[in-house]
Design a protein around this ligand. Structure first.
Ligand SMILES: [Zn+2]
Length: 63
């Protein structure tokens, strides 16, 4: 059985640069990639609060 992927869509994030990036993978992969992206592209700080926010933004990937 293949693992369900999570997706995160940067368009749903409040951002000032109209970012349209979407990431998908396991929850841990998405969390890591999205955190790095938020820090490098959105000037966010890598904090537990940011990770919590990212987790809330994740959705199950639809087939
Ligand atoms: Zn972005």
């Amino acid at each position: 059985m293949k693992e369900k992927r999570k997706v995160i869509d940067c368009r749903l994030f409040p951002s000032d640069n109209k970012c349209t990036l979407a990431l998908s993978g396991t929850e841990e992969e998405v969390l890591k990639a999205a955190t790095e992206h938020a820090v490098s592209s959105h000037g966010e700080k890598d904090t537990p609060e940011l990770k919590e926010e990212i987790r809330k933004m994740m959705k199950e990937e639809s087939d």
